[in-house]
Write a protein that binds this ligand. Structure first.
Ligand code: GDP
Length: 330
């Protein structure tokens, strides 16, 4: 992609704000790019669109591979669009972490939603680390909001770093667990459970019904022992079957009720402020570290200091101090 003149950014912003899907896809590509000129353009674009963001209900959806995420997203997503709402689906994992995470892979995974004019699906960006993808997913989320999407799903595979990253950018975090699999209580990390506002036991149908009931009981017991994220708002739990449709309407109703409660108690405003504050400071850190590498002498010194730290000759804190002094002089 090449440098976009300001008037083109203005035009792109106008198209995104008007809900033009092609323009939105293009804007997200710009935000995902790591090239300097694209970053500049994305920043200008996002700055223009910022006043139009923040209205959507932001939901993180997590679960181990095979837990039933894409099938559930397809079922809940089409249910939501039938109620007249618009939905954007983003994914936060580097494609290497999932099988068939290509564009085609994601579109085939959710073929009904992919054809739904009320829905916008953005496939997994590839070739980046979880941290890098999370950074850009926040921006993609803002872009979909600016384009008018009322509900945003951010999907992640249940692996540590990306789950925390997703929980740090959404209003509600939904954890999907499959019955009779490695997802039984012992298999789920406590940290992951603590992130959840809603736990959904998937595949509650046919032969799996009984196992789903058992998992439901186990999780309900475990959740009741945990300290709730918000006072007086313990995490919810329900059983769903994307195949039969059981629990889909109920899940949506729980999510909406939780969101209303968060809003009326003032928690949502607080949560979003906290998220944007930590986003700011993490950008400060990333930008500073990037800046350190731009002066060749400072970059060389950083390499030497790292070696000294690794060899046990220097304390990390002392090395950091030396490096910052060198940077300030450069
Ligand atoms: P993901 O890896 O978490 O996205 O999981 P998928 O949505 O791809 O589902 C994994 C497997 O579980 C697939 O074989 C699905 O057909 C199956 N599955 C998903 N949802 C249900 C359900 O509601 N009931 C049953 N019985 N199987 C399901």
């Amino acid at each position: 992609m090449t440098r976009l003149p300001t008037k083109d950014i203005d035009r792109l912003a106008g198209l995104v704000a008007g809900g033009d899907r092609k323009a939105l896809a293009h804007a997200i590509t710009l935000a995902e790019s790591t090239l300097g000129p694209d970053r500049d353009a994305a920043e200008k674009l996002l700055t223009k669109l910022l006043p139009r963001t923040g209205q959507a209900l932001r939901i993180g959806i997590s679960g181990a591979p095979g837990a039933g995420k894409s099938t559930f997203i397809e079922a809940l997503g089409t249910y939501i669009t039938k109620t007249g709402k618009t939905l954007a689906v983003l994914a936060v994992d580097p494609s290497s972490q999932r099988s068939g995470g290509s564009i085609l892979g994601d579109k085939t995974r959710m073929s009904l939603l992919a054809r739904d004019p009320q829905a916008f699906i953005r496939p997994t960006p590839s070739g980046t680390t979880a941290g890098g993808v999370a950074r850009r997913t926040r921006e993609s989320m803002l872009l979909t909001e600016a384009a008018g999407y009322e509900v945003v799903f951010v999907e992640t595979v249940g692996v540590g770093q990306s789950e925390t990253a997703v929980a740090g950018m959404v209003d509600l975090f939904v954890l999907l667990v499959a019955p009779g699999s490695g997802d039984d209580l012992q298999g789920i990390k406590r940290g992951t459970m603590e992130l959840a506002d809603l736990v959904l036991v998937t595949k509650a149908d046919g032969d799996l019904s009984e196992a789903a009931n058992r998992a439901f009981g186990d999780y309900r017991g475990a959740l009741s022992l945990m300290r709730p994220k918000y006072l007086g708002m313990p995490p919810e739990i329900a059983r769903v079957s994307a195949l039969s449709g059981t629990g889909i309407a109920e899940s949506w109703s729980i999510i909406q009720t939780l969101w209303q409660k968060l809003k009326s108690a003032g928690h949502l405003e607080e949560l979003r402020k906290m998220q944007v504050r930590s986003w700011f400071w993490s950008e400060v850190q990333t930008t500073l570290v990037e800046a350190l590498g731009t002066d060749p002498a400072v970059a060389a010194e950083a390499g030497e200091l790292e070696k000294a730290v690794l060899a046990g000759r220097l304390l990390p804190e002392a090395a950091a101090g030396t490096l910052i002094r060198a940077f300030r002089k450069a």
